[in-house]
Design a protein around this ligand. Structure first.
Ligand code: SF4
Length: 326
């Protein structure tokens, strides 16, 4: 089902997401949520430790502003977590809101986008479908193994990052990645407001550019002569928020969560990961290579539906997202 959203709707959705996702993520990425009673009017669904969805009053859910505890280390990430993403190909209509939000919030342009949507057709007789592609945050990442200066690394929570102050631009990692998701900054990145020393992030945090690189804002600011890629929005996850692409998608294509909690959410829906993958025949891309990706796909069933609508978005997006026009 295609949902057309205007800016007002997006604003409303963001407000909802801001509230809903924080609550959903309490369980999906392992934050602390304590339900005290079941008597208030406004309820929210949370998953208990047995994997059952229970309804609790919103007013009785305790929130903590960050996942960061005493044992948090920005290069090590979070202990006892393994972040994963599920991409439901049957829902993707190429609305491109995920790409736009990713580009905007990471201050990158279309050419160097970390998230791309491909027009796929498996064989001559099958129907085409849309397929988002981003870093798979492999548990066994070949890109990390070939980096000669330890610029790219995997945190213990599974997020693969790039320290662009260490990166020497050799691009071995780009050659090693079987998913071709890394991009190289051949030129000075077009980052608009990034020229300011300090900027305010959408969620209220501030990043001080004069302080240089920090894995909290992985890959930012982009630097000429270095490699970039999707960072699973590590700075959002820290605050128990889902990545920008998940929040921006009007079709709820993306789910984000914690493998160890066995839970993923898109803000509107929360699922037990293992059941979702089993029920909907989830799979990982190029799994035979042994990369152990953290991104799962659900097959593009009903793929002919709305495909042409996506073509329209594709044409419109391409016409406005060229470098220099965004
Ligand atoms: Fe590295 Fe590519 Fe795997 Fe991302 S998808 S972790 S860049 S090998």
């Amino acid at each position: 089902m295609m949902m057309s959203k205007n800016e007002d709707n997006n604003s409303t959705r963001r407000n909802f997401i801001s509230k809903g996702l924080r609550l959903g993520l309490l369980t999906a990425i392992g934050g602390t949520a304590i339900a005290k009673s079941l008597v208030d009017e406004e309820m929210v669904e949370l998953m208990d430790t047995d994997g059952n969805l229970i309804k609790v009053p919103v007013a009785k859910v305790e929130e903590h502003s960050s996942l960061k505890g005493d044992d948090y280390n920005v290069r090590e990430g979070f202990p006892n977590k393994k972040f994963v993403m599920v991409v439901d190909l049957s829902r993707c209509r190429n609305a491109k809101q995920c790409v736009k939000s990713c580009n905007k919030n990471h201050f990158i342009t279309g050419d160097n986008a970390w998230l791309k949507i491909y027009n796929m057709q498996d064989n001559e007789t099958s129907s085409p479908y849309w397929m988002p592609q981003l870093c798979h945050h492999c548990d066994n990442p070949p890109c990390v193994k070939v980096c000669p200066v330890d610029a790219t690394f995997k945190r213990r929570d599974g997020i693969v990052l790039i320290d662009n102050e260490r990166c020497i631009g050799c691009r071995f990692c780009m050659a090693a990645c079987p998913y071709s998701v890394r991009v190289f900054n051949w030129n000075e990145p077009q980052q608009g407001e990034m020229s300011e020393i300090t900027m305010t992030m959408e969620h209220g945090d501030q990043m001080d550019h004069s302080a240089g690189y920090t894995p909290d804002y992985a890959g930012m600011p982009s630097v000429k002569g270095t490699v970039d890629k999707c960072d699973f929005c590590a700075h959002m996850v820290d605050q128990k928020l889902v990545p920008h692409c998940v929040a921006a998608c009007p079709n709820n294509v993306y789910f984000f969560g914690d493998l160890y909690e066995d839970t993923v959410t898109n803000g509107d829906e929360t699922y037990q990961l293992s059941k979702l993958l089993k029920d909907k025949a989830g799979y990982r891309l190029l799994e035979d290579l042994g990369t152990a990706p953290s991104v799962y796909y659900l097959p593009p069933k009903d793929r002919q539906q709305d495909y042409e609508v996506g073509l329209k978005y594709y044409t419109e997006f391409e016409s406005v997202e060229k470098p220099g026009k965004s």
